[in-house]
Design a binder for this molecule. Structure first.
Ligand code: PA5
Length: 444
C-alpha cells in the first residue's frame, strides 16, 4: 500500500504538515500508552498481531459448518456489525458471483434497516433456500438487528426444526451482556465474543468481520497478515514519513484547517463501493462530534463522473478527494478491434480495459487538481485479502490519530442515541414513559 500526498500538499501552507508533526506524534503516543480520550476502546490497536493461527482455525471450522449446511447465510447486523464484512466480501467477490455455480453460500445482509419490503422480500427468497444466520450485535439489543433476528430465527427453526437450526445459527456478541448473549446461551448457539475494548466500527478484524468473510470462502489468514504488516508499518517508532497512517492523518487535518471540510473517497473499481461505506462510518462516527469533523462522502468512478463529477469539478471549493487506486486487475480483457469502426473506437483496439480506466483516473486527478480539489492517492497492488487487510488497519490507525489531532474522542458515538430515544418513546418502549409523554406534547 502506498500513499501519495504530493497533489494535496500543494494546497496547504508549505510548513503545514511539518507543523502538525508534534500533534501526530502526541496522538500516536497517547494511543500507544492509552492516555487519550476513549482509552477503554483501544483494543483494535494491536488486534492484528494478537490473532493466533488457532483462532483463525476455529473461525474457519465454524465457517465450514455453515458452508456445508447452507445455500445462503444471512449476516444480521448494523453499522460496525456488518459494514466491514460487507466491504471485504464485495471487494473480493466475483461481481456476478451468485450467477455462477459456487460451493460457497450466498451471503445476504440484513438487520441494517427496518424496510418492511426488504425483509419481506428476503424472507420470500429464503423460503426455498437452506439458510443459516450469523447474528452480530455488540450491545445485543440493537432494534434493527433484533427484529431481523427474531424473524430469521423463527423461520430457520420452522424450516429445519429447532435442533438442526441450532447448528446453523451463530451469535457474535458481548461475553455477558445483552439479549443476543442471553438467547445464544439459552439456545446453545455457537458464539464468539466481541472484545469489550473494540468498538463496533473498529471490529472488522474480530469475528464480526472474520467469520462472515470466512463463510464467503475468503482467506482470513491472508487478510489478517495484511493487517499485521500494516500494524508494524504504522508503529509509533516508525518515522512519520514512513508511516502511512500518520501521513494521512496529518494531510487531512492540514486540509481541514485550511477550510476544506468535505473529504470524498473515490474508487475506480465498482467492487470498492462498500469500502466507501465502511470508511464513512469509521471516520464519520469517529470524528463528527463537538461541532467539528470532516464530512466523509464517497463516489464510484468513473460512474459518478457522469453525475457528481460536475459538482466535484466546479461546485463550492470545500472538498478534497482521497482516491483508492488498484494497480493491477485480477483478470485480462482488451478492447476488440472492429473492421468497420462504426463507433470510432479503433484507437483503443488492443488496449486493456484497465488502461482506459487508468487514463480516466489520471485525467480526472489532473482535472480535479486544476479545479482546486486537493488529491490524496492511496494505491494497492491488487484486490486480494492481503491488500484489503492492509487498507483496514491503515484506515483504522489513521482514524485514531486524525480524531485526536482534531481534538475529539474518536471512540465514542453519543450522537447515535438521539434518534433511538425518540423512536423508543414513539413506540412506547417500556422504560420510556416520560419521553413518550414529552414527545406526544411536542407533536401536538
Ligand atoms: O460503531 C459503532 O459502535 C456502531 O455503529 C455499532 O456498530 C452499531 O450501532 C451496531 O451496534 P451493535 O453491534 O451493538 O448492534
Amino acid at each position: 500500500m502506498k500513499i501519495d500526498i504530493t497533489k494535496a500538499a500543494s494546497f496547504v501552507k508549505a510548513d503545514a504538515i511539518e507543523a502538525l508533526k508534534p500533534q501526530v506524534k502526541a496522538a500516536q503516543e497517547a494511543l500507544e500508552q492509552g492516555t487519550c480520550a476513549g482509552n477503554d476502546f483501544l483494543g483494535w490497536m494491536h488486534l492484528p498481531s494478537s490473532i493466533t493461527p488457532e483462532f483463525i482455525a476455529e473461525l474457519n471450522a465454524t465457517a465450514k459448518v455453515l458452508q456445508d449446511n447452507c445455500e445462503a447465510v444471512v449476516v444480521a447486523g448494523i453499522g460496525g456489525s456488518y459494514l466491514g464484512a460487507r466491504m471485504v466480501i464485495d471487494a473480493l467477490s466475483n461481481t456476478f458471483g451468485w450467477l455462477k455455480p459456487s460451493k460457497m453460500p450466498r451471503i445476504l445482509f440484513a438487520g441494517n434497516n427496518i424496510g418492511e419490503d426488504y425483509l419481506s422480500e428476503m424472507i420470500d427468497y429464503l423460503k426455498g433456500v437452506k439458510f443459516g444466520v450469523i447474528n452480530i450485535s455488540k450491545s445485543g439489543t440493537t432494534t434493527e438487528t433484533a427484529i431481523t433476528f427474531r424473524l430469521l430465527k423463527k423461520m430457520c427453526e420452522d424450516q429445519r426444526g429447532k435442533e438442526e437450526a441450532k447448528k446453523v445459527i451463530v451469535a457474535i456478541t458481548d461475553a455477558k451482556k445483552g439479549a443476543a448473549r442471553t438467547t445464544a446461551d439459552k439456545e446453545g448457539y455457537k458464539s464468539f465474543i466481541i472484545p469489550d475494548n473494540v468498538g463496533g466500527r473498529f471490529s472488522v478484524l474480530t469475528p464480526v468481520g472474520l467469520l462472515p468473510i470466512a463463510v464467503a470462502g475468503f482467506d482470513i489468514a491472508a487478510l489478517v497478515k495484511g493487517a499485521q504488516d500494516m500494524e508494524k508499518q504504522c508503529d509509533l517508532n516508525a518515522p512519520c514519513e514512513e508511516n502511512p497512517a500518520a501521513i494521512y492523518a496529518a494531510i487531512r487535518n492540514a486540509i481541514y484547517q485550511s477550510g476544506k471540510k468535505i473529504e470524498i473517497m473515490a474508487n475506480y473499481q465498482p467492487k470498492l463501493h462498500n469500502l466507501g461505506e465502511w470508511w464513512k462510518q469509521l471516520y464519520g462516527e469517529s470524528e463528527g462530534k463537538d461541532g467539528k469533523g470532516i464530512f466523509p462522502a464517497s463516489v464510484d468512478l468513473t460512474t459518478d463522473l457522469h453525475s457528481m463529477g460536475q459538482w466535484i469539478q466546479d461546485g463550492e471549493r470545500t472538498i478534497f478527494e482521497t482516491v483508492i487506486s488498484v494497480e493491477k486487475p485480477n483478470t485480462t480483457l482488451a478492447v476488440p478491434s472492429d473492421e468497420e469502426n462504426l463507433d470510432g473506437l479503433n484507437f483503443l483496439a488492443g488496449k486493456r480495459i484497465d488502461e482506459v480506466n487508468k487514463m480516466a483516473e489520471l485525467g480526472t486527478q489532473l482535472a480535479h487538481v486544476d479545479g482546486g480539489v486537493p488529491n490524496i492517492k492511496i494505491s494497492i497492488e491488487k484486490l486480494d485479502e492481503y491488500n484489503i487487510g492492509q487498507l483496514i488497519y491503515f484506515f483504522e490507525k489513521g482514524c485514531g490519530i486524525s480524531g485526536l489531532i482534531l481534538g475529539v474522542n474518536p471512540f465514542n458515538q453519543p450522537g447515535v442515541e438521539a434518534y433511538k430515544k425518540n423512536m423508543f418513546a414513539l413506540l412506547n418502549k417500556p422504560g420510556y414513559e416520560a419521553e413518550s409523554k414529552a414527545i406526544q406534547e411536542r407533536l401536538k
